[in-house]
Design a protein around this ligand. Structure first.
Ligand SMILES: [Mn+2]
Length: 253
């Protein structure tokens, strides 16, 4: 039985498909854990979401999708549109180049958004975008809203987008603020914890402090970082944990 993990796909469907080719869930027991940030930057965020939803339908209980800070940001701008259209700037910052919006909208709808923006009609562009996203893909937005923050296994592992509050010890489940799960910096890098912590969010180049490093990085203690920066490398890393040997493998390990 293998547990596979990937993170930070960021709207790039081809690297995701290539990575999925390494994943075999047909034994009915192996699992795929996805650590969030499926959207933003790449051209195919909607396709990535729908691909994951399809995998979950095909392999119920074997495909676990967690939420990243970009899922949180997406939900925030969706919800803020009906509360305060002054959040327009927050929306535009949260959706780089409006790539995620473009993937959720039809061609004519996105042309309308660009038209409104060209007339500096920012609030209408924001409202129109969010209303179109809600109308076109309510099931995807519902699915994102339900994504969990972490996934624990029976092998003393926790998977999350960014990290957990390890100072909380056994109370990390309730002691970790929600924004830590999705956004915390690698505070505990190099420290031992009772669980192995598998996370993305920060590129392995940044967390390892090795220029040009884009493989999986193990900190020598309890942390595996698996965001190899799909956005710039065009590659999504796959971490594998083999239950029979209790070992991790993947690029860089
Ligand atoms: Mn992130």
């Amino acid at each position: 039985m293998i547990i596979y993990a990937m993170s930070d796909i960021h709207g790039f469907i081809e690297p995701f498909e290539k990575a999925l080719a390494h994943v075999d869930l047909n034994d009915g027991a192996s699992r795929l854990v996805l650590l969030g940030d499926y959207c933003d930057r790449g051209p195919a965020s909607l396709d990535v979401y729908r691909r994951i939803m399809g995998l979950q339908e095909k392999f119920p209980d074997q495909v676990i999708a967690l939420r990243g800070n970009h899922e949180e940001m997406l939900l925030e701008y969706i919800d803020m549109a009906s509360v305060d259209l002054g959040f327009t700037q927050g929306w535009m910052l949260a959706d780089t180049g409006l790539a995620t919006a473009q993937s959720f909208l039809g061609k004519d709808e996105f042309a309308e958004v660009k038209h409104l923006l060209s007339r500096r009609n920012f609030e209408d562009a924001y409202l129109f975008t969010v209303e179109s996203m809600k109308r076109n893909h309510p099931d995807v937005l519902r699915w994102i809203r339900d994504l969990p923050y972490y996934y624990e296994t029976e092998f003393d592992q926790v998977f999350c987008h960014a990290g957990i509050d390890e100072d909380a010890g056994d109370l990390w489940r309730i002691g970790t603020p929600e924004e830590y799960f999705t956004s915390m910096p690698p505070y505990y890098k190099g420290q031992r914890f009772k669980l192995d912590v598998v996370a993305g969010h920060i590129s392995t180049e940044s967390v390892s402090e090795i220029p040009g490093y884009h493989d999986i990085w193990f900190d020598g203690a309890s942390h595996y970082y698996i965001d190899g920066q799909t956005v710039t490398t065009g590659r999504t890393l796959v971490l594998q944990y083999d239950e029979s040997t209790g070992t991790y493998s993947g690029p860089g390990l």
